[in-house]
Design a protein around this ligand. Sequence first.
Ligand code: ADP
Ligand code: MG
Length: 326
Amino acid sequence: MLRALLIAFLAVSPARAQQPFKRVLKLMGSRFEITVVAPSKQQGEAWIDLAVGEISRIEKLISSWDPNSQTSEINRMAGVQPVPVDPELFGLIKRAEGISRLTDGAFDITYASMDKIWKFDGSMTEMPSEAAIRESVARVGYSKLILDQEAHSVFLPEAGMKIGFGAIGKGYAADRAKALLMEKGVPAGIINASGDMNTWGHQPDGKPWQVAITNPMDKLKSFGTLPISDQAVVTSGNYEKYVTFGGRRYTHIIDPRSGYPATGILSVTVFAPKAELADALATSVFVMGVATGIDRIDQLPGIACIIVDENGNLHTSKNIQLKRTP
Ligand code: ADP
Ligand code: MG
């Protein structure tokens, strides 16, 4: 009897086998790839829809382009008055302020006034003047931010100051989408926001998810792969958004202290429990440079990083075991 039951179960199980389902779409102005492991296509698609809804909701909250977002209101009221915001946005800003402090301002949530100077959409035709750069840096400074915990209000005390989530928002969205799907019982998945990803569970065959570390000198090649599960991994690279003046490449990650784009690094990959932190740290390491970046990462428990410098050399923090591509 038991045997018959067992055989019946085995005969049924392939039809209900778990499979990965993936959707690629544009959200937050970036390419997202959402993968879930589900027992059927219908279930997989329904779960992906939930993730898309959650990411769109976050986009509305943090977008600096949407004039109706609370973030735009904070920026409009710079130098005027504090703006009370949703507890969720307040929490994100507070954590972003914390990371700004942790990285001594290499990541700075108020970096955004420099966005007016450096544009990476093809519209820049010449190097910004030193005076313009100096002026934009003067309005950057996370320590000026005034957060009122009780009123959940955010105040940028000087006119022209701006906050922006360019270096942390996609990571946060990946974390939230993952949390929502886990809450709904989705056994495994990957939320990949243009290289900012969070993962949970395993592939249907029981193996961990694998991430490839892209070679920034040749995007079609990878340096190697690493297994990950229940972890976030984020890559910031200078190979997607940059401008070239006089044969030099200026990347979209800017040192908030000088106002000039960070140099010396091609890509940074950070592993952390949350994509939000990994995202902000990847940007920070870019600004800090190889030696300071690795030193900082090694002091943070549960965090690891891989850096590719401008000569194509690989640098890793302790605890990284990359399976190198032969
Ligand atoms: P990507 O968008 O390629 O994933 P990042 O996560 O590093 O890369 O974010 C880069 C974006 O963050 C820039 O386009 C800009 O909007 C913003 N940014 C640039 N420099 C800084 C900085 N020092 N601190 C905070 N945000 C920054
Ligand atoms: Mg980042």
